[in-house]
Design a protein around this ligand. Structure first.
Ligand SMILES: *[C@@H]1O[C@H](CO)[C@@H](O)[C@H](O)[C@H]1NC(C)=O
Ligand SMILES: *[C@@H]1O[C@H](CO)[C@@H](O)[C@H](O)[C@H]1NC(C)=O
Ligand SMILES: *[C@@H]1O[C@H](CO)[C@@H](O)[C@H](O)[C@H]1NC(C)=O
Ligand SMILES: *[C@@H]1O[C@H](CO)[C@@H](O)[C@H](O)[C@H]1NC(C)=O
Ligand SMILES: *[C@@H]1O[C@H](CO)[C@@H](O)[C@H](O)[C@H]1NC(C)=O
Length: 434
């Protein structure tokens, strides 16, 4: 019974177990929650669930444009920025400093530097938690301008005494964060990450405004939280998350794990290489083909393995999946020939392939298999590929990429997705994440 399971996942992460460093643990787990969930400061109760989905789809397009500009960035300092203003869909609770100050941050697989708004604020956006005051934190240290850490930033400038390293990122859409590169203790659940390099943002604004208090950078670059874990807490550079379905339950949460807790194991695990490409922030995979209804659709006409290697990034902060255009078009024409239902337009005009069907109707949506390099065949169920966007309108949640293909978060629902930076592997394990 392939009753259309169009359930938007929208998650929240609220569960948490952690091993403390003191006890010799080498990993920890916390909850992830979706930005539209009831646990989120961004939840807007005046929006319908259809509006929330449509907004998430719109954000997907602006995020994909931002990620693309990052890939294509000419290497001038101010354009090449490791922070994405449209910074993601999932939030997590962390604390910073000694004594710890709590905040809610966007968990972003598309950026590296972890930062929060800091006092004194020359310009800050409103946040739901009190602002972090570095003067009150006994573990806060400025990062010196002569350090390699400072020099690893694409853009920095030095204070007159060389004791401070100012970072600054600005974006075409007027979003920005400026502040001091620093180190301080980050606490997630009860796990302590001492001397973590962070950005202390004294001037922040633009599309961040009204959102959360900062970013947890989960990218693959040197300054990301994951990349630092080995040196700051002697734990393996790996993390995994599990994004659940979001039906009508806005309280549902997922999980994110780090270090030893992030090992993905068991008989159903499939893995594919993480491909090294620029920028190292992004997680590039190789999508070889897609199968649907016994048809195998190749990702590229030319069979050159070189052009295919690293042809798609995986991202938790993009809702839709963007496929290379030829593959998307082949997929749509195959789906059109297989799904026997009345086609309608997406009322918001965002998505292309929509059917007149509500949540209870049986559209017989076929399983779509994404074939990643190394024999990693990811079976996408209807809930990973279609969504109810309005009453009685169900649409394909895949779209053609303008240039950068992205495997988005709807496609990752009900998988444990493991990022192993030590062994350069990404794993999927089908699971019920709720
Ligand atoms: C909530 O959504 C409504 C309707 O779109 C909008 O007018 C309002 O500004 C939103 N509120 C917030 C806090 O974003
Ligand atoms: C920030 O919060 C203050 C006090 O609650 C309010 O007066 C101000 O309008 C808010 N600013 C924005 C940009 O939302
Ligand atoms: C860090 O640098 C700022 C700006 O120069 C300075 O005001 C502050 O006292 C320094 N903090 C520490 C802990 O050295
Ligand atoms: C969400 O959780 C809160 C408190 O735990 C509860 O009061 C509320 O009814 C729940 N909402 C939904 C939609 O399940
Ligand atoms: C949705 O479909 C049902 C059953 O076909 C119908 O009764 C209802 O009026 C439709 N709603 C809209 C908004 O078209």
């Amino acid at each position: 019974m392939a009753a259309i399971s169009i359930f938007f996942y929208f998650l929240l992460f609220s569960f948490a177990e952690a091993t403390t460093n003191r006890g010799g643990g080498n990993g920890f787990t916390t909850s992830l929650f979706h930005r539209d969930s009831l646990l989120s400061p961004l939840h807007n109760s005046s929006l319908s669930c259809h509006d929330r989905r449509t907004n998430a789809f719109r954000r997907s397009f602006s995020r994909s444009a931002t990620l693309l500009s990052h890939v294509n960035a000419v290497s001038t300092a101010c354009i090449h920025s490791p922070i994405i203003p449209n910074s993601g869909e999932f939030l997590m609770s962390v604390s910073i400093g000694t004594p710890p100050v709590d905040f809610i941050a966007i968990a972003d697989t598309g950026s590296d530097l972890t930062w929060t708004q800091c006092l004194p604020c020359q310009k800050c956006f409103n946040q739901s938690h009190p602002m972090f005051n570095p003067r009150r934190s006994s573990s806060y240290r400025n990062v010196s301008c002569t350090s390699d850490t400072c020099r690893s930033l694409d853009s920095y400038h030095c204070g007159t005494d060389l004791q401070t390293c100012s970072y600054g990122y600005s974006y075409g859409d007027r979003s920005f964060t400026y502040g001091d590169l620093a180190s301080d203790k980050i606490t997630i659940e009860s796990f302590k990450l001492p001397k973590t390099v962070i950005g202390c943002g004294h001037q922040n604004g633009g599309t961040f405004g009204g959102v959360t208090s900062g970013i947890i950078g989960l990218g693959g670059g040197a300054l990301s939280l994951v990349s630092q874990m080995n040196t700051i807490a002697a734990i393996k550079r790996q993390f995994s998350y599990c994004l659940p379905t979001f039906f009508s339950d806005e309280n549902i949460t997922g999980k994110i794990s780090f270090g030893q807790n992030a090992v993905v194991s068991g008989p159903k695990v499939i893995s594919t290489p993480l491909v090294s490409r620029s920028p190292d922030t992004f997680y590039f995979l190789t999508l070889e083909a897609i199968s649907v209804a016994n048809k195998r659709l190749k990702a590229a006409d030319d069979t050159s393995a070189l052009t295919r290697r690293g042809n798609i990034i995986i991202d938790s902060g993009t809702t839709l999946t963007f496929l290379p255009r030829n593959l998307y078009e082949d997929l749509v024409s195959t789906l059109v020939s297989v799904i026997k239902a009345k086609r309608v337009d997406d009322p918001s005009g965002i998505l292309e392939l929509c059917y007149a069907a509500g949540g209870g109707d049986d559209l017989h949506i076929p399983v779509i298999i994404a074939h990643f390099a190394g024999g990693a065949d990811v079976k996408l169920l209807p809930l990973n590929t279609f969504a109810l966007v309005a009453e009685n309108v169900t649409c394909l949640t895949l779209a053609p990429a303008s240039d950068l293909a992205i495997f988005g978060n709807l496609a990752q629902i009900n998988f444990i997705v493991g990022y192993d930076l030590e062994n350069k592997r990404l794993s999927f394990k089908p699971t019920v994440c709720d």
